[in-house]
Design a protein around this ligand. Sequence first.
Ligand code: ATP
Length: 231
Amino acid sequence: TDSDAVLRLEGIVAGYGDATVLRGVDLEVPAGTVVALLGANGAGKSTTCAVAASMRPTSGRVLLDGQDITSWPAHKRARAGIYLAPEGRGVFPALTVDENLTTWLPSAADRAQVYERLPKLAERRTIPAGALSGGEQQILALAPALIRPPRVLIADEPSLGLAPLVVEQIFELFGELRDRGVAILVVEEKATEVLALADTVAFMGLGRISWTGPRADVDDDRLTSAYLGLA
Ligand code: ATP
């Protein structure tokens, strides 16, 4: 229903210069829900994330808890609790793990909580973040969210280039945040791993959401037709 959507996109038309990429996108992400946005290359999934986090659409509205934030710049949206998980790394490579954490979490008690939940990071606290694997860097970048959960977490292809075990850990963190009420939008090109995490699935065809429904209603036929653009 209307009232529980934390993030809502309404009739979004957006593009780059003369190229229209989104042609009327409606999407909502309720509190405590993982919405997986799936679809072929170039469908407009990344642009949808950008519109939620920072980009000004040509028309349509972006609502956060019912408030129209369409014209808000990225930093104001971030302060209001919209967190776009950094693609790839998003940490300071020359600073140690602990120094990185300290920039986000100045309280030693908060950091201790992070280390308790993520013992691998604790083991690596004194080494430069740049020496961690890509996946460990993503986990480090996500760690502050465990202490201060955002209202909305948007992750654009978080599994890209990562080992399956790390993807599993990242999705486990997403699951924890979901259980704590965060509204989560995850974009993936391949449905494989994210389907286990998602509550709701939205398929994107060329610039439009072609189908939305509970994950339980997604079967192989639905996936195939969605990727072929028939959904
Ligand atoms: P992908 O998985 O390839 O990122 P996607 O579904 O996320 O696909 P988008 O990245 O949103 O799709 O791209 C949709 C279209 O917009 C593509 O045709 C792409 O070339 C174009 N596009 C994306 N970003 C830009 C940009 N910054 N400037 C110009 N065109 C862009």
